[in-house]
Design a protein around this ligand. Structure first.
Ligand SMILES: NC(=O)C1=CN([C@@H]2O[C@H](COP(=O)(O)OP(=O)(O)OC[C@H]3O[C@@H](n4cnc5c(N)ncnc54)[C@H](OP(=O)(O)O)[C@@H]3O)[C@@H](O)[C@H]2O)C=CC1
Ligand SMILES: C[C@]12CC(=O)[C@H]3[C@@H](CCC4=CC(=O)CC[C@@]43C)[C@@H]1CC[C@@H]2C(=O)CO
Length: 293
């Protein structure tokens, strides 16, 4: 019996190495002249992704709600060497606006190579408060606007054999406390885009879908929401943003940008859920959690 377990484990490690070792090498030139949309680009990881593709010489369309922040991002993208850069401001709770962003890219660029779906709506970081309407609102912004933009962009992405990059979270792969609404939306992204990827294979549609699984990053909003409660240190947003861009350009199915220990949950998620729960709870110090009014 023991020998069978060793053989199974060894086979699993070989298969994992074969499928995930990937020898693709990323070059900045891969993004030169490419037409790229970055959503949620007025701050955080999205802002850093806009800067990376600008530095690599892409044509960039950035979007979010806050005009003055977008204008600063546009100015910085120009400084960094973007082939061209534009912004469009609006709210992704409105599917008409979500489609408008894609149509704006078509009008400006005449096509699209990479759609980077990154924005998220506000949510709390605390015990679930029973408000299902908030989950519905968050699904609109975090999921349905991603699906809407994907549908609108697909004709252009088919022409360019382009990439869809979906920024998700470890909380969209592993059950995570204090973020029930957020985690609901991130798990939904996995269902939608991982299923769509299979249909692309069936239909021989050469558009890649890269799901990015990231853990705690040092963006202002995340640090403000979780510091003191999440015990792991946040990772740098600039490096995280670059890893996402690389994964999309290399047409990876998934990008994992996780703090060391976060890789363990993914390995044991389906084999030892109780042990995973024990490890997860060790990463939270709820005595620092703000008391809900
Ligand atoms: N930071 C982290 O620790 C982690 C982040 N992630 C994921 O990374 C992505 C980026 O996160 P992060 O950079 O921290 O987030 P930020 O809060 O820094 O940025 C969110 C962006 O989305 C925009 N946005 C917010 N609400 C709306 C809306 N209703 N309509 C359109 N745009 C909106 C914001 O701009 P504006 O307010 O101007 O609209 C901003 O540009 C998210 O998908 C998040 O889930 C995943 C795991 C960990
Ligand atoms: C902490 C973690 C990743 C995040 O940053 C999010 C948090 C859930 C609530 C959030 C809402 C936001 O608007 C910004 C992101 C965030 C603070 C997530 C719970 C688990 C995620 C994690 O990285 C654990 O390692």
């Amino acid at each position: 019996m023991a020998i069978i377990k060793v053989i199974v484990a060894f086979t699993g490690i070989c298969l994992a190495f074969y499928f995930y070792s990937g020898t693709d090498v990323f070059e900045d030139d891969m993004l030169k002249g490419k037409k790229v949309i970055v959503t949620g680009a007025s701050s955080g990881i999205g802002e850093q992704m806009a800067y990376h593709v600008a530095r690599m010489g892409s044509h960039v369309l950035v979007t979010a709600r806050t005009v003055d922040k977008l204008e600063k991002v546009v100015a910085q993208c120009k400084q960094l060497g973007a082939a061209s850069v534009h912004y469009i401001a609006g709210n992704m709770n409105n599917m008409t606006f979500a489609k408008q962003v894609v149509h704006e890219a078509e009008k400006i660029f005449g096509g699209l190579d990479m759609l980077i779906l990154n924005h998220i709506g506000w949510t709390y970081f605390n015990y679930f408060d029973g408000n299902v309407d908030h989950i519905r609102d968050l699904l609109e912004i975090n999921v349905l606007s991603y699906a809407t933009m994907t549908v609108a962009a697909l004709p252009m992405l088919k022409k360019s054999n382009g990439n869809i990059v979906v920024v998700s979270s470890i909380a969209g792969k592993v059950p995570s406390p204090l973020s029930v609404p957020y985690s609901t939306t991130k798990f939904a992204l996995d269902g939608f885009f991982s299923s769509l990827r299979i249909e692309f294979v069936q239909q021989k549609i050469d558009v890649s879908i890269t799901l990015c699984v990231i853990s705690y990053i040092d963006t202002d909003s995340a640090v403000k929401s979780v510091s003191g409660v999440i015990t792991q240190p946040p990772a740098p947003k600039k490096e995280c943003a670059l890893e996402i861009i690389k994964g999309g350009a290399l047409r990876k199915r998934e990008v994992y940008y996780l703090y060391r220990a976060a890789k363990i949950p993914l390995l044991i998620r389906d084999w030892a859920p109780e042990f995973l729960e024990y490890l997860t709870l060790k990463n939270y110090d709820v005595k620092n959690l703000p008391k809900k009014e």
